[in-house]
Design a protein around this ligand. Sequence first.
Ligand code: DAT
Ligand code: MG
Length: 148
Amino acid sequence: MERTFVMVKPDGVQRGLVGDIVSRFERKGFKLVGGKFITISQELAEKHYGEHKDKPFFGELVDFITSGPVFAMVWEGENVISAVRTMMGATNPADAAPGTIRGDYGQTVAMNIVHGSDSKESAAREIKLFFAEDELISYDQTISKWIS
Ligand code: DAT
Ligand code: MG
């Protein structure tokens, strides 16, 4: 079963949106297999956003993501990587559809509330960056046969 890395960013935590965001993925039927409330170090931020290191906004991005605690999670489910991206909405909340997390709650690209892996490769990389193997919990849900 596919897994993805999701994180409520410092703005989402400050605005009290952790519960709403977790609830959206729960109601979709995805399974939470890991979660931790942490403040990201400079080093971890630079690794996580390594693909953007040459972009003009890289410094601002690293400052923002380390500016307060985040809620990091791993979610599991059928096509969960692309489904989470769809549920998050476009990178710039100004372009994100109503009903998506960014479309419902965000205004600017610098504070777009939530992160989700964009491919199988980045999901594997990001999960490993934030979670040790024994922090991911395998368990059965009796409801799962009615979901996928
Ligand atoms: P996403 O988070 O949708 O995967 P991304 O990987 O292209 O988007 O960019 C990572 C984050 O960087 C994004 O969530 C917000 C920030 N960002 C992207 N483009 C930006 C820009 N033009 N100005 C400021 N921040 C930007
Ligand atoms: Mg990205």
